[in-house]
Design a protein around this ligand. Structure first.
Ligand code: GLP
Length: 241
């Protein structure tokens, strides 16, 4: 696992943007794995600015997002579908038919999850997967548990995640959907390259655990230690400085 230590969030976003631009320049039909949360917003702003300036073309890029609340309407402004349109897709020239997220409106979540993994495989797999990390180590919504799921699945959110995400739902944990559809740890680990961004003092304990080199399902992020091409971009605050 490669570590890049930067001064702050802005630098982390710029370093990540350079890695994503490089990937798309090298392979214009790149299959991206994308993430939500506060962490990727700076990266998405930079990718949108590069697209606007004519420096980065998304016309052949394909994307698969990590996760989505369940159930949730796409029109809900807290859905990840809405978040992605608002923060990235409405500002770049990606084709709507190339955008994929787990469908929070699906009637049959198990069928939706199986179809999602099949679609990723049919697209040739993910070339570059973006990740944030939850304060409890979750990747996507793979929460710390005795056993992790390999494939995309429906999962219950932990109280810690409901609390952490309440800030997006009027600071009321009871308003956060209690379940989500998420790529599994196997789906994530199948990506050819992974870039994780972790910033802010709130992430320092989980990053310390990750950098201890111990792999545990209690910290799903620690599975990155097994990936052949994973880069973790961490700012000084998340390093505990
Ligand atoms: C969310 C998402 C994750 C994200 C994480 C961290 O709940 N499901 O994909 O990485 O929590 O969020 P943030 O970037 O806001 O710290």
């Amino acid at each position: 696992m490669k570590k890049i230590i930067v001064n702050n969030y802005e630098e982390a976003s710029s370093v990540a943007a350079a890695l994503f631009a490089e990937q798309i320049w090298q392979k214009p039909d790149t299959v991206l794995g994308l993430a939500t949360g506060g962490t990727p917003v700076g990266l998405y702003n930079r990718l949108a600015a590069m697209n606007k300036a004519g420096a980065l073309d998304f016309s052949r890029v394909v994307s698969y997002n990590l996760d989505e609340y369940y159930p949730i309407l796409k029109s809900n402004d807290q859905s990840y579908d809405y978040f992605m349109r608002d923060n990235l897709f409405n500002h770049i020239n990606i084709k709507p038919e190339n955008i994929h997220l787990p469908n929070g409106e699906a009637k049959d979540p198990a069928a939706e999850c199986a179809a999602y993994d099949a679609a990723i495989a049919a697209a040739g797999g993910i070339d570059l997967q973006l990740l944030g990390i939850g304060v409890n180590g979750h990747l996507g919504f793979n929460e710390p548990e005795a056993a992790l799921h390999a494939g995309t699945h429906l999962t219950d959110l932990t109280p810690s995640t409901l609390q952490a995400n309440a800030r997006f739902f009027g600071d009321d944990p009871s308003k956060v959907p209690t379940q989500a559809l998420t790529m599994g740890i196997g789906t994530i680990m199948s990506a050819r390259k992974i870039v994780m961004i972790a910033t802010g003092a709130v992430k320092a304990p989980i990053i310390k655990d990750l950098f201890s080199g111990r792999i545990s399902t209690n910290n799903p992020g620690s599975f990155l230690l097994l990936h052949p091409d994973a880069t973790v971009i961490v700012d000084r605050a998340a390093m505990g400085e």
